[in-house]
Design a protein around this ligand. Structure first.
Ligand code: HEC
Length: 230
């Protein structure tokens, strides 16, 4: 359900951006074509903007509050500031306002993709909370007592449990039950790095290779045992 909403949202936002881009270009370069374009796309624009807002609202209501950080409000303000600017900008053929509106929408899109007002992906993970989860955990792979499972568990609690739950089965925002995952270690690592749909990718600026190994060790050893005790 959530993943379907997300795909619809991405599609209508892309269409919305495309319509605004064309309108802005026409206003600047070929104003005589703007009126006919607006007339031809009026219905499409109403459908697209309604779906844009509806899918956005429903998804926001399903998102756990820890994932609704400052970036979300910045994005919302940018979108809602862009709308009246666009309405007035196109009605009065004000090139500056139309361009500003387009830039605000592109900015909102960048904020959304990175979940950061500065459009820096690593901000998002830092904002999830202090890394207290790692206090008292041996994270030194070179040490004799190093055990990847508790290291991975601490990282998991900090970065992943809000969507996947402490046992991997919470399923927020379309998250898959991790104990049922059929991915092998290498594919699991690649998946975590890349992300998919509502799951953000955890790049090397967020998780080191050692941390990724620890996480996967925890998922494959401990979590599987938690959900399927023998
Ligand atoms: C914002 C929510 C969110 C967070 C945070 C998150 N995930 Fe996910 N995860 C998802 C979603 C959604 C999917 C399903 C993606 C899809 O296939 O559509 C998923 C899928 C996965 C899968 C693939 C399961 C399979 O077999 O298809 C793995 C593995 C995984 N997550 C691990 C992690 C780990 C490890 C972390 C923390 C480092 C993490 N996730 C953090 C939402 C999240």
């Amino acid at each position: 359900m959530y993943t379907g909403l997300l795909h619809t949202h991405t599609l209508v936002v892309s269409l919305f951006l495309l319509i605004y881009l064309i309108k802005t270009v026409l206003l600047w370069a070929k104003p005589s074509l703007l009126e006919p374009f607006i007339r031809k796309t009026r219905i499409l624009e109403i459908v697209v903007s309604t779906l844009f807002l509806l899918t956005g609202i429903v998804m926001a209501l399903q998102t756990p509050s820890v994932h609704v950080g400052a970036w979300f409000w910045v994005k919302l303000i940018a979108v809602f500031a862009a709308i009246p600017l666009a309405v007035i900008g196109f009605r009065k053929a004000n090139k500056g306002m139309a361009l500003l509106s387009l830039l605000l929408i592109i900015y909102a899109w960048g904020v959304s993709e990175t979940r950061s007002p500065r459009m820096k992906k690593s901000d998002y993970f830092g904002s999830l909370g202090p890394a207290e989860a790692l206090v008292g955990v041996n994270t030194d792979r070179a040490s004799q007592q190093y055990d990847p499972v508790p290291h991975g568990k601490a990282l998991y609690t900090y970065y992943c449990a809000t969507c996947h739950g402490s046992d991997g089965a919470l399923g927020v925002a379309g998250a898959k039950n991790l104990a049922h995952s059929t991915l092998d270690r290498d594919n699991t690592k690649a998946f975590i790095r890349k992300g998919k749909n509502a799951m953000p990718g955890f790049g090397s600026d967020v998780l080191t290779e050692d941390e990724l190994d620890a996480l996967v060790a925890y998922l494959k050893v401990d979590m599987a045992a938690q959900q399927h005790p023998h």
